[in-house]
Design a binder for this molecule. Structure first.
Ligand SMILES: [Ca+2]
Length: 292
């Protein structure tokens, strides 16, 4: 193999290795955003990445945009704040933010809700979300010794009462200090539906925190049927070609036999001549190589 060929091959191999290494680096950098929300997600800001706003202008209610906080008036109102990756990455499921509500030395029953419009009655709705709790008598953020329960639900009638018996709830879980995926499905009973997240701190621990991320609501099933074409409309008539004027089929004119023979002979002679010249050149090269 010539030096040039060796260099080319080396460059190709180095290029391939560089591409593989670059791909690995990109993958590891994006690992925290690997859990992409479905493209047909009907919820807005389900992952809290769009940040928050002060609900009703209350400083303690910094709720994720497009969501509303709710709490039981008979219990303590928790504080709402967006959880940040920079503060504690373990509280974020994807991206750099998550929903959060909490209080200290107090119990609460509280959560968030969002309503969506434009649904089709009878189609299946599936809600998915990731939840975790920190319920602790101390300040270690990796250990919980309290009791906190979480669930997600759908009101298929679009109501906004978190106490409504219309809400179809997922299972109730207690995922302490790590994210757990919850899913619930029901059938749309209206052209709108409301999604709820429900969290309950049972004991007045020093810390009672709920974290929620990557909420999605998807409308499943068959798409809307295509409207039937208007039967009164006149179909467009494609003009029929005139049968009396058929398109002429192109014909191939054969070459005269003499001309064919002449072309063949000339081609043959050219090939023989080129081959002879190549052999002479090769011979001269070998003689030069063999010369002392
Ligand atoms: Ca997020």
């Amino acid at each position: 193999m010539s030096k040039r060929a060796q260099l080319t091959l080396t460059l190709i191999i180095v290029g391939c290795i560089a591409a593989i290494v670059a791909g690995s680096v990109t993958l590891s950098n994006n690992m925290h955003t690997a859990e992409a929300l479905p493209t047909n997600n009907l919820l807005v800001n389900g992952g809290a990445e769009l940040g928050g706003y002060y609900q009703d202008g209350v400083p303690q209610l910094f709720v994720a945009k497009y969501w509303r906080a709710w709490w039981h008036e008979t219990d303590t109102r928790p504080e709402y704040k967006i959880a940040e990756y920079a503060i504690d990455r373990h509280r974020i499921h994807s991206g750099t933010k998550a929903h959060q509500w909490f209080n200290n030395y107090a119990t609460h029953t509280a959560g968030i809700w969002q309503r969506v419009d434009g649904l089709s009655v009878g189609r299946q709705l599936t809600l998915n979300g990731w939840v975790q709790a920190w319920s602790a008598s101390h300040d270690n953020p990796r250990v919980s010794d309290g009791k906190y329960r979480l669930r997600v639900g759908i009101d298929p009638y679009g109501g906004t009462d978190p106490e409504s018996l219309d809400i179809v709830w997922s299972e109730t879980v207690q995922p302490y200090d790590q994210y757990f995926e919850l899913t619930v499905s029901t059938i749309a009973r209206s052209d709108r539906a409301t999604v709820f997240v429900w969290g309950q701190a049972e004991w007045p621990m020093k810390h009672n925190n709920a974290y929620v991320d990557d909420l999605s609501l998807v409308q499943e099933g068959e798409p809307e049927p295509t409207p039937t074409p208007n039967p009164t409309s006149t179909p467009t008539v494609t003009p029929t070609p005139d049968p009396t004027t058929p398109t002429p089929v192109p014909t191939v004119t054969p070459l005269p036999p003499d001309l064919v023979d002449q072309i063949a002979t000339e081609t043959h002679n050219r090939i023989v001549k080129s081959l002879g010249e190549a052999l002479i050149l090769a011979g001269e090269f070998l003689l030069l190589e063999a010369a002392p």
